[in-house]
Design a protein around this ligand. Structure first.
Ligand code: G3I
Length: 391
């Protein structure tokens, strides 16, 4: 296992293909000696309770925070973080106050860690991990394999004679870097799809096209070999587009069954919750899917929970109610089918959400997709999460 000191010495390392993979297993000092690390960011100071954001906008001032409620039943509440965490002290206080788990919204993705074919740059990812460790939060890793975060040069490599080596090197190097420090990895993210972009419910990604379906099993094996202590998850959105859900559900169940039959180290299913105000959650399908996943003995985490509200009415109260209703329906089904060990929202406050960036409202207003509003006040979404977490 790499020591904490080794882990903190410089974020960027020169990739040396298979050599990088094998060196990663014995530590980073030799690789580090051959690299030109970027300036190390200033250490992140723990946030003192006195610096917490005011509580007067919580529905029940003095109520325990979400992380305390979650930990009463041995569970986690957390959120995806982006680097605004480090520039916004009030937001940071909210995160520290409410979360006992976190995940990087982008810093551990391929595009962030691999700026070019020759470099592994862990600067940003290290900084988040130091932050979570300083505040006693568990860190989820997101994501080792995702078609949505690759560079053209990597996609070219995946078509070449070394395709398996480059595929495995990335997984092994990143997982080994954080060996023993990541609670759970999203090893493969969003491999399922429906319709013409799918083959038997598996997304026609650069990975499927070049490596075949076996890429999923291999990813889990390599990640587990490099970091045996972390839990390994398959992470997917299933019920955001109800019309495509049945085919995705069958693809996911078939894949999980064959992974488990092959003895692959798959420990859990990350059920993303990118819901929509304009679409009902297909609860019967969600229920039967989760029953089957549970019957396989898998853990279930609710990951990436938020609600897209670009098509909802402008009035904030109406919107907040619609958003909260969707979340309640979705979480009710998860609870009915065995519950969850962790619940993470994709962002924590509407101040920072991908929804406003990807799905801007025509009226110019910000999305109201998350438990806390732009001013860091709790919304009905918060109440639903709080009730759901309460044992
Ligand atoms: O880093 C560049 C920055 O240098 C540049 O100035 C800026 C200009 O737009 O772009 C920055 O990159 C953006 C990156 O987020 C970091 O902020 C990309 O344009 C933007 O496309 C990227 O979006 C992220 C997206 O995944 C793609 O990685 C979203 O923030 C993030 O919320 C979203 O998260 C995904 C999950 O990983 C998987 N599940 C779905 C979820 C929502 O799409």
């Amino acid at each position: 296992m790499i020591s904490r000191r080794q882990a903190l010495t410089g974020g960027a390392c020169v990739a040396a293909g298979a050599a990088a993979a094998s060196l990663a297993s014995v530590g980073w000092s030799r690789l580090g000696a051959r690299s030109t690390p970027p300036p190390t960011p200033a250490p992140v100071a723990p946030v003192e309770p006195s610096a917490f954001a005011p509580l007067d906008r919580l529905p029940d001032p003095g109520a325990p925070y979400l992380k305390d409620i979650a930990s009463e039943s041995g569970r986690y509440f957390g959120a995806a973080l982006r680097d605004t965490l480090f520039s916004d002290p009030d937001f940071r206080s909210l995160v520290v106050r409410e979360c006992n788990m976190a995940v990087c919204e982008g810093a551990m993705k391929f595009k962030a860690i691999r700026p070019n074919p020759h470099v592994y740059d862990f600067t940003a990812a290290d900084r988040f991990l130091e932050f979570t460790e300083a505040h006693g939060m568990a860190m989820r890793g997101h994501a080792l394999v995702w078609h949505g975060s690759t560079w053209p040069w990597f996609e070219e490599q995946l078509q070449g004679p070394d395709k398996w080596r480059v595929f495995e090197d990335h997984i092994r190097t990143v997982a080994a870097r954080y060996r023993g420090r990541i609670h759970s990895w999203d090893v493969v993210n969003e491999p399922f799809e429906a319709g013409r972009y799918a083959r038997n419910g598996i997304r026609r990604s650069v990975f499927l096209e070049n490596l075949g379906e076996d890429y999923i099993r291999v990813a889990f094996e390599v990640a587990h070999d490099a970091d045996p202590e972390s839990l390994k998850f398959l992470n997917e959105f299933m019920f955001s587009w109800p019309q495509s859900a049945p085919e995705k559900v069958s693809g996911a169940l078939r894949t999980l069954e064959s992974l488990l039959a092959a003895g692959a180290p798959v420990h859990g299913f990350g059920l993303q919750g990118h819901l929509l105000t304009q679409a009902e959650v297909p609860v019967d399908l969600q229920r039967s899917f989760l029953q089957e996943v549970r019957a396989m003995g898998m853990k279930v985490y609710v990951t990436e929970l938020d609600v897209r509200d670009a098509e909802a009415p402008q009035d904030p109260q109406t919107r907040d109610r619609l958003v909260a209703d969707r979340v309640r329906t979705f979480l009710d089904v998860v609870e009915e089918t065995g519950g969850y060990e962790a619940l993470l929202t994709w962002g924590l406050s509407d101040r920072y959400t991908w929804v406003s960036e990807y799905y801007p409202r025509e009226d110019g207003g910000r999305a109201r997709s998350l438990p806390f509003d732009e001013g860091l006040g709790a919304k009905p979404f918060y109440n639903v999460v709080r009730e759901s977490l309460t044992p």
